[in-house]
Unconditional design. Structure first.
Length: 228
């Protein structure tokens, strides 16, 4: 029988090495893009006095720049602690366990390009149930991720993609787990920031203002759902 603590340490090391390699040389560009995404799009669902949790926070680009009263970053990756700016509370744990967050204490749970890394549908169900547990009544879950309907070729180019999701399958999973979908955009952002995604702040603002561009270039869905 394997040692759970050894398995957890191995998982942490694998996460650290994988993302250090994947994001090398792109840190500043990603930071700029997320600042614009937050200010000019995502913060319409985040009030300044809100408590926000970033699920699978990774390098903390979203949670560092979003304006909120209290901010949590939940991720097993040890680099998350190093990347989090002052004021961001890092919760380093396996997300398949009960999250170290009080019930009904969070206004918004956000996740980007994380759900597809879950090993199985039961793990997605666990994440949605934990999200519901920690959200206040009427709190929101906001999810970005590659849409298998429009990125079925590129989807498997990443070694750590396991769970194929579309805007439709995620919406159904949300509704099964007690959420009410408010907005589901099948095509929103391009598949990655290394390809057709504009990265200059002005170009990102132009892209966000042109839904026609989303339809041409978008391979990621955006879903916003409220706790019922």
């Amino acid at each position: 029988m394997s040692d759970p603590s050894s398995d957890l340490s191995a998982n942490r090391a694998e996460l650290r090495e994988t993302y250090a390699r994947r994001f090398a040389g792109h840190e500043q560009r990603r930071k700029q893009v997320w600042q614009v995404l937050n200010r000019h799009f995502l913060e319409r669902w985040v009030k300044p006095e809100a408590t926000v949790l970033d699920l699978g926070a990774g390098y903390c680009e979203f949670i560092n720049s979003v304006r909120a009263r209290r901010k949590f970053a939940l991720d097993l990756n040890p680099n998350t602690v190093r990347q989090a700016e002052p004021g961001v509370e890092v919760i380093s744990q396996d997300i398949t366990e009960r999250w170290a967050v009080e019930p009904a204490s969070v206004d918004v749970v956000f996740t980007s390009n994380f759900l597809e890394h879950l090993p199985a549908k039961k793990d997605l169900t666990h994440c949605l149930q934990e999200t519901s547990r920690i959200l206040r009544p009427g709190g929101r879950f906001i999810a970005l991720g590659p849409n298998i309907r429009f990125a079925f070729r590129e989807y498997w180019d990443f070694f750590d993609h396991y769970l194929p999701l579309s805007d439709r399958s995620l919406a159904e999973a949300l509704e099964i787990n007690g959420f009410r979908c408010e907005i589901v955009i099948p095509r929103f952002l391009p598949f990655t920031m290394k390809g057709s995604m504009p990265t200059h702040p002005l170009l990102v603002r132009v892209y966000l203002a042109l839904p026609a561009a989303w339809h041409l270039l978008g391979r990621q869905f955006l879903a916003v759902a409220a706790k019922a």
